[in-house]
Design a binder for this molecule. Structure first.
Ligand SMILES: [Ca+2]
Length: 127
């Protein structure tokens, strides 16, 4: 057998071995990606009827955060041996602020009255 023929036989064998090794090394996912995405938006403009309305709103907002209502989502897409993708989305402070404003400003006029703030504070205080 000539050197040329030996090379022709060895090359495909190396390729097959390489592919098998790659699959083995990757475990369950040949293509594996993982990403964390932070999403936020500009804060909506809002005004408060008085100091009490503002204080009640901000106190309730901080209670919402401590209560673990921070919005996070996880997405995992997995096709064994071929593809594995993990995505983690975390929303920013402004998004949570805007969500609180939307809940609190019930008539949507961009002005949080003391009454609206009290209703919002009661909603947040309840489990
Ligand atoms: Ca209002």
């Amino acid at each position: 057998m000539s050197t040329f023929h030996v090379r022709l036989l060895i090359k495909p064998m190396l390729c097959a071995a390489g592919a098998a090794l790659a699959l083995f090394a990757a475990g369950t996912g040949c293509i594996s990606t993982e990403q964390t995405e932070y999403r936020d938006e500009p804060r909506v403009k809002v005004e408060f009827e008085n100091e009490t309305a503002g204080r009640l709103f901000y106190e309730s907002l901080s209670k919402m955060h401590s209560g673990g209502s921070r919005t996070e989502s996880r997405t995992e897409i997995s096709i064994p041996i071929v593809f594995d993708h993990k995505q983690h989305v975390v929303t920013g402070d402004n998004t949570r602020f805007n969500e609180a404003v939307r809940r609190c400003d019930t008539n949507g006029d961009g002005r949080i009255t003391e009454q609206e703030a009290r209703i919002f504070a009661d909603q947040v205080a309840k489990p």
